[in-house]
Structures are given as C-alpha cells and as structure tokens.
Design a protein around this ligand. Structure first.
Ligand code: PRX
Length: 648
C-alpha cells in the first residue's frame, strides 16, 4: 500500500444551488434520517424502502439472509420486473421513450404503446418455446426494440444477456456459449458515424464458429439494408410479432430469480458473466434514480450509455422505467454528423437530466465551448458522470459550459457488479468537489483497507476500496463459475468484505477519491477491459510469440492500451508498422474496436523474472514515460529494458 500515493489536490468546491435545493427529492433532514435509520436498523431501512417502491405480487418476509459470499434479499417475495416497469404506468398517457436515430428520425413511445409492444413480443418469444430460466442474447444497438426485448424477457422470466453491438463475432460466440443461450435477437444493421454496421453478419459469423445451443435468430429490420436470411434458423421480428394486441400474464418471479447476465472483463482472459437478481437489483435502481438523479415526473432523462453496458441496464431501462420516467435514447455517434450533436438534441427535446462518461466530456471539451454556446441548454437541471475518474478540468468545463454553473454534477461510482450507484453526491445536499464521487449512499457501507484488510484511518492514504455490508443490488455470482466469484470478490479478506478491485483514498472532509484499479484491468473510455483478454487475442495471431498489455494516461480516453509484443523467430523480419496495423485489426476482430491497442512496441523479448513471469510493472513505467521504479533484481534479462527504452 505504500506505493499508492495521492498526487491530486483540488480546492474548488460547490454548494448545491438554492433553487435546486428547494425542490430536491432528498434534503438534509431526509438524508440524515435515512442514514440514521440504516445505522440503527438496517433491515427495517431496506424493508420499508422495498415495500414502498416495488409492486409486489406477494410480500417478502425476510430482508437479507445468507452469509458472505452468498446473500439473498427479500427471499419469499414475488414480483415481476417488467410489470414494475410498465403495467403500473399505463393509462396515464405518459411518454416512456423518445428515440432519436442517427439519421435524426424521432419516435415517441408512450407507456401504453410500450406495454403493447412488450406484451406482443413476449407472446412471440413464448410461442418459440422459451420458458422461465432460459437464456437469450440481445445483440442490438440502443433502440426501442432492444428495450422491448429486454422487458419481454423479464416478463417471461427469461434471462437476457446483452452483448454490446460493437463486440466481434468471437466475443459474441464466447458469451453465447458460456450461458448456453437458445435465441439471439439482433438487427439487420445499424448506422454509426454514417457507416452501416451489419450486425446480422456478425451474428452469422459467430454462429458459424460454433454455437450449438442457439435454436433461432430473430432479426429486427432496423434500416433498409439487405441481409442473408437462413430459413432454418432466422425469423423476422415483424413476421413473428402478433398483429393484434395480446396480453401476456407476467411470470410470477421470486425476488432472487435471475433477471440478467452481463459479461464484464476481469483480470483473466475470460469475461465474467455477472448475474443479477430481480427484486434487489430493481430496488437499488429505483432508489438511486430518485436520490442521485432527483428524478421527477416531468423530467426528460438522457443517459447516453449503450444498453450493452450496465449503465444502459440500470439508468436507461430498469431504473427510469420503474420510476415511470421519460427517457431519451439516441443510437448514433456523439459527434455525427456534426460535433454539436449532443447539444442540439438537448435543446430540441428539452432534456432535463443528462448522464454521460468523462471520455465523452473530454472529447466534447476538446471540440470547443463555442459549440454548446450556440444552443439553449437551459432545460438542463442536473448532470451526471460515470465510468472512470473525471479529471477536475473536465468536471469544471462540464459544470460551466453545459450546466450553466447552476446544475449539480453527480459523479457516480459503481460497477457492473454493484448494479447501481454506491458512492455519489445527493444533489440537493452534498457539497461537491471536482474529481470526487463524494460519499457512500444511504445503506452502503464502504471502507478503504490495506492489504491485510485493516481500515486505513489516515487521510489521503490510498488503499483498497471494499464494501462491508451486503446491499440488495449486489451481484449474485458469476454465471457457472462459483470458484471465480469467490476468488475475485471475497477470498483475499476471508469473506469479510466485497472487494471492488478499485483503489481509493479519503480526504479530510470524508470525500472518497477513486484512484484506479488494483488488478490487471484497464479502463478505456469508461469501459473495463481485462489486459489478459487483450493479450490472449494478440497471442492467438500466428506470428506472435508473447505479449503484455499495460495502460497509460490518455487525454481523451482516460487510459489507453500499450501492447508489448515479441514475434516468433521466423517472423521477426516482418515490417513492424504494417504488422502493427494488422495486429490492431486482429484485436478488433477478436474483441471489438474498443480493445484496439493505441500503441504497439515490438522487441526481442519481454522483461521477465527468473521464474519466467513478465514484469508488467516495468512495462507500465516504460509506457507511462516514468523512470523504472522498484526492485529490478529479479529481472532475468536486463538488456531488454535498454532495448525497449530505445524504441519508445
Ligand atoms: O474502476 C471503476 C470505474 O469503472 C469500474 C466499473 O466498470 P464497469 O463495471 O464497466 O461499470 C462502469 C459503469 C458503472 C469501477 O470499478 N468507475 C466507474 N465509475 C467511476 C469509476 N471510477 C471513478 N469514478 C467513477 N465515478
């Protein structure tokens, strides 16, 4: 822990603005009461909230049961998540989704219309023989039909697993096979940056690589673009969708029945299928939408995340719809066709709450403040950020240029595994400082500990961020891999805490500052990527002997990937510039564009210990332009450092 030193100091701080405070869902008194109730009677705290915010078919008797690392929440309770997101909001003539396509077509869907769409699609899925507990892969961009598919699965108790539509066929195949999905739902194609991306071709390729569990592929005709149609397997969405409105009774689900699997990167090559439950997940999604986003009936909430990530699950779909809010979704690129696309959409639709990632903020900041200045962004009343630490410069730019200095900024820390926000400001109460996600939310008990699991009580001393008590939306495990679940999240401290894998420090005012990851995971543009996963992809190229991947600071992406590669003997004469290009494409094909290394360096070998372990720590120093620090006495081949220094 001695190595985790904090170098950031930030003295600017912002109090919530008075007019925001007056109308906020949570004021100082409510926050105080919530926190003290949790301290006194945690079960009562969660029980009251669950009763108030969820529509139960049958009420639960126990609140939290089990012991680490396996907890159960609201065990005897019965509910259906899709009913909570739809049935209770119909007949109010309320808008559910405003969808803007990259081509600027606008579609408005009310809760009543979405209810019909979801019921009809549930009927189609049911007719295909899907039953509770089956798995379905959704490989679609963020369009209303993707949301329809998610909610239809939830209605039937079918477990969905969304694969980000930018992932390659190999990644898709691995995820399909890991969860033995029966059906894949996709689009013929979609547009990104004006280019046509043929998603169905990627699915076809994935299936050709071997996905024996897949019985059918449902294709939604998203744009006018021909696609191959395989009569044995393929079905058109419009052909199987009921023409008349049919009501499908929601499946009665137990609180602990799984709602979805979402794959995320870990420090080994294999993605982890994070599993989430029904009731607990839903509860934290609802609460955080109300507490952190201050969501109200007349808000228009735009979370720019793709539904392929956890943010899209919790803050595009389940949280906002369960609270009966209106969401805006946009399935195009942030700067297409022009750099002011986001600001134009906010003005035209009067978005009130805007939630995006630091990487997007930095990109838009670089394009200049004259762009947002052309628009009236006065409808905005709250701004959020997520995915990686936001640097104070970008925070202040966001607050001044987008939030007209009046909008609170909520920097929300959480993970795929936590399901919902864990550490974030309460916008009407918390004094914010650029760069910190501030304090844990009511009901969330975090600590910063040293390698032995002892609390670090010293300010500004970095340590491992852990969560001490279970919470409703915590992951329930890793699909089919109990051992890995225990190893990754619990074993280091003997099941005492949930281990986040992040390092953090506490400042003098009790604010938490996230410092980065402690494992071999890099965070590129707000997306977690396992370095091992990228290394495995690189090494699978026939010319490559070995590879090590590390990250370095990048102005826009937050972190970028530097791959160190050694080639097999007979290929060392290969033109490195050409081959670097080829290797980048190779990684794109194996994993997806987001994993492409920004830099690739070729050398005769890699720095290794005498026992043959690659010393990534030294490579990290080199990639980051730092002096080599720490002990190098175990280094077997000292010369390689000189060679690497010379080529960088
Ligand atoms: O390292 C933290 C970083 O993103 C990781 C979680 O990534 P993922 O599961 O893909 O979920 C992203 C969206 C929740 C965390 O372990 N992270 C997320 N939010 C923040 C953050 N780092 C700093 N500040 C944040 N607000």
């Amino acid at each position: 822990m001695k190595n985790i030193e904090s170098k950031l100091t930030e003295s600017r701080s912002y109090k919530p603005n008075e007019s925001f405070k007056k109308k906020a869902n949570i004021n100082k008194t409510i926050l105080f009461e919530l926190n003290s109730q949790y301290k006194k009677t945690p079960d009562m705290f969660w029980s009251e909230l669950a009763k108030k915010h969820i529509d139960w078919i049958e009420e639960f008797k126990t609140v939290c049961s089990g012991s680490a690392p396996f907890f159960r929440w609201f065990e005897e309770g019965k509910l259906n998540v899709s009913s909570n997101c739809l049935d209770r909001h119909i007949n109010k003539n309320k808008k559910a989704i405003i969808h803007i396509s990259e081509d600027n077509n606008k579609t408005v869907i009310t809760y009543d219309e979405l209810y019909v769409l979801v019921n009809n699609f549930s009927h189609s899925l049911k007719k295909l023989g899907l039953v509770k507990g089956d798995r379905v892969i959704i490989y679609m961009p963020t369009i209303p039909e993707a949301i329809t598919a998610m909610l239809a699965c939830a209605r039937l108790g079918v477990i969905h697993s969304i694969v980000f539509a930018g992932f390659s066929s190999e990644s898709l195949k691995d995820r399909i096979n890991d969860c033995n999905a029966k059906i894949v739902i996709t689009v013929n194609a979609f547009k990104r940056n004006g280019k046509i991306i043929k998603a169905k071709n990627t699915v076809d390729h994935a299936l050709s690589l071997g996905c024996p569990s897949i019985e059918k592929c449902i294709i939604y005709k998203n744009i006018n673009e021909n696609t191959k149609f395989n009569k044995d397997k393929d079905l058109w969405w419009h052909d199987i969708l009921a023409k008349e409105s049919i009501v499908v009774e929601p499946e009665i689900m137990s609180s602990e029945d799984l709602l979805f699997i979402l794959y995320t990167s870990g420090s080994t090559g294999k993605p982890k299928g994070i599993v989430h439950s029904s009731a607990g997940y839903l509860l934290n999604c609802i609460l955080t939408n109300k507490w952190v986003f201050d969501l109200k009936d007349d808000d228009l909430f735009w979370c720019t995340a793709d539904i392929g990530w956890i943010t899209g699950h919790s803050y595009v779909v389940y949280g906002p719809l369960a609270t009966g809010s209106t969401i805006l979704i946009y399935d195009g690129a942030p700067t297409y066709p022009k750099a002011d696309r986001f600001w134009e959409i906010i003005e035209a639709n009067k978005v009130t709450i805007f939630y995006t990632a630091p990487t997007a903020i930095r990109t838009l900041m670089k394009l200049g403040e004259h762009l947002p200045r052309k628009y009236n962004l006065n409808s905005l009343r709250l701004l959020g950020t997520v995915g990686e630490p936001i640097n104070p410069k970008a925070w202040v730019w966001y607050q001044s240029n987008i939030g007209s200095k009046k909008c609170p900024i909520v920097d929300t820390w959480w993970q795929t595994e936590t399901g919902a926000h864990m550490i974030a400001p309460i916008p009407g109460v918390t004094q914010t400082i650029p760069g910190t996600c501030t304090h844990p939310l009511p009901g969330i008990d975090v600590d910063i500990v040293d390698d032995n699991g002892n609390s670090i009580n010293k300010c500004n001393q970095g340590g491992n961020l852990v969560i001490r008590k279970p919470w409703p939306s915590m992951l329930r495990g890793i699909w089919n891999d109990e051992k890995r679940y225990k190893q990754t999240y619990w074993e280091k401290y003997n099941n005492k805490y949930y281990i986040t894998g992040d390092t953090a420090r506490l400042d003098n005012n009790g604010n938490i500052w996230i410092m980065g990851r402690s494992d071999d995971v890099v965070n590129v543009s707000g997306h977690r990527l396992g370095t091992m996963e990228i290394e495995s992809a690189i090494v699978s190229h026939e010319y490559v002997a070995e590879s090590a991947v590390v990250s370095y600071q990048h102005e826009i992406k937050g972190e970028a990937i530097h791959a160190f590669v050694t080639l097999k003997n007979n290929f060392t004469e290969y033109n490195n510039t050409e081959f670097a290009k080829e290797l980048r494409e190779w990684v794109k094909e194996k994993i997806g564009s987001i994993a492409k290394p920004e830099r690739i360096s070729f050398s005769d070998s890699l720095p290794k210990t005498r026992s043959g372990k690659i010393m990534r720590r030294l490579l990290r120093n080199l990639a980051r332009g730092e002096d080599i620090s720490g002990d190098t006495s175990t280094l077997e081949n000292e010369n390689i450092l000189t060679q690497l220094k010379n080529i960088l």
